[in-house]
Structures are given as C-alpha cells and as structure tokens.
Design a protein around this ligand. Structure first.
Ligand SMILES: [Zn+2]
Length: 257
C-alpha cells in the first residue's frame, strides 16, 4: 500500500523551474505536513508545528527569493519528522526516533517496508527534482549555484546570538563571500560563520550531494526563526539575502562560478 494517496499534495513542489538566475534554491524543511496514513505520529499539534517538524518561515523566505532573483526553487512537501530530506537515507537522523528532546511515537517501530516507502515516496522525488534542474543546466551549459534556505530555533540549551548563519562543509567560496557582503551591510545583525551548525557529510545530504560532489558553488543559509515568523520578517530577510547575492555575483561570474 502506498504511503501517499492520490488526493494528497505531492512530495515535491518546484517553483519557477526555468528561472534565469544561476541560483537554484532548495528548501529541505519547507513543510510540517504529515501523510494522512501516519496520522499525527503521536505528537500534539504544537509539537508538529514547532521547529522539530519543519523550518518555520524558511519556505516563505525561499519563495520570495525565488521571485526576487528569478531563481528556480524546489521545496520538500512533507515534514522532516517523517523523513528528513537533508539526511542521508538510513542514518539515525533520517527518520528520527527522538528529535530536539522530543520522542516521536510514530518513529518508534518503523519497519523496513515503512522506511522504504518514506524513502521512495518522499525523499527520492525531492532529490530527483533537484537533480533534474541541475542536470538540465549542465546539458545547457548554464551555471548553477546551489543555495539552501533553512531556519533554526533561537534557543537550544542556551540562547543563540546569530540572526543568520552562512554554513558550508569544505568549500567556503560562496559562504565566505556572502558572509562578507552581509556583515559589511548589517554589522549589527550577528552572522554565524559555519554557525549554528557546520555542514557535514554524515549529518547533511543536500549540500554534499548537489553542491560539493558536483563541484558547484553552494551555501546553506540558516535564519533564526524568530525573524521569519511573519510576512514582514520573511520579506526583509529575503531582501537582505538577495542584496548579498547581487553584490557577490559579478566576481563569481567573472571566475566562471
Ligand atoms: Zn532545516
């Protein structure tokens, strides 16, 4: 039996696939939606709509950036509680039994078949949509720069001072340029350099696979979610990120991205 029924939203949404910008936007944690077949996964609505279920505000920032830059955007359609689209399949964080200190009852007795369905119906279509856009650009000889939009909780054991984080793994080219552009414009807004997290190949999936492995410029932006809970904040953060991209793009273009 399939996980998703025919009348449920798709596992992936692509916006502006033919956008002209070199930037290809990703939103791995765009939605708190849970497939109907999984009910509420044993969690309260407050828990499902908290940061453990999705990246609050990230999809709306990404949609605004897609419009501002004329960039394609790929959004995951379902909650990270079901399967995390930014974790390698089969790793402990992929279908988390516990996340952010919360036990997820719906992930306590996941069978091999359950896992296979979540991977086949949710994880793979999302990454296939990203791969399709990047492959099309490669064939056409047009540039691709991978930019993922995430948000993080203001408090994790201690308050987190960063308003935004420019994060990466081993390739700092784009992150460093964007961080410099940001701090030059908004020195009062504390920006993290590989904080609050660094991108890791065991703990991340999208940047290592779609960025690093392809040799593409890539950056994972984390925005503190108290700044993007409403439309005004989402618009302001999208505008700041777009301004930084416009500032760094000419030099990157001259270098052939
Ligand atoms: Zn995220």
């Amino acid at each position: 039996m399939p996980l998703l029924t025919a009348d449920e939203p798709a596992a992936v949404e692509t916006v502006n696939a033919e956008g002209s910008s070199p930037v290809v936007l990703l939103c791995d944690h765009a939605s708190p939606r849970i497939p109907r077949a999984l009910g509420d996964m044993g969690l309260t609505e407050v828990q499902r709509l908290d940061h453990i279920g999705w990246d609050i505000g990230a999809a709306e920032v990404a949609r605004r950036l897609s419009a501002l830059l004329d960039a394609p955007l790929v959004l995951a359609g379902y909650s990270r509680l079901v399967i995390d689209c930014n974790r390698p399949a089969g790793t402990p964080g992929s279908i988390p039994p516990v996340t952010g200190g919360v036990t997820v009852p719906g992930n306590q007795a996941v069978t091999a078949e359950d896992r296979r369905r979540r991977e086949a119906e949710l994880l793979l279509p999302y990454h296939a949509a990203i791969t399709a856009i990047l492959d099309a650009r490669l064939r056409a000889g047009t540039p691709a720069v991978v930019l993922a939009i995430h948000s993080f909780t203001p408090f994790l054991e201690t308050p987190r001072p960063w308003r935004i984080g420019f994060t990466y793994g081993r390739d700092r080219r784009l992150a460093g340029a964007m961080l410099d552009a940001f701090t030059a414009r908004w020195p009062a807004l504390t920006a993290g350099d590989n904080l609050p997290y660094a991108v890791g190949e065991a703990t991340d999936y999208a940047m290592p696979v779609h960025g690093l492995a392809r040799g593409l410029l890539h950056l994972l932006i984390e925005i503190r979610n108290d700044g993007v809970r409403d439309a005004a904040g989402q618009t302001a953060w999208a505008a700041r990120i777009a301004e930084c991209w416009r500032a760094v793009e000419p030099a990157l273009a001259r270098a052939g991205y």
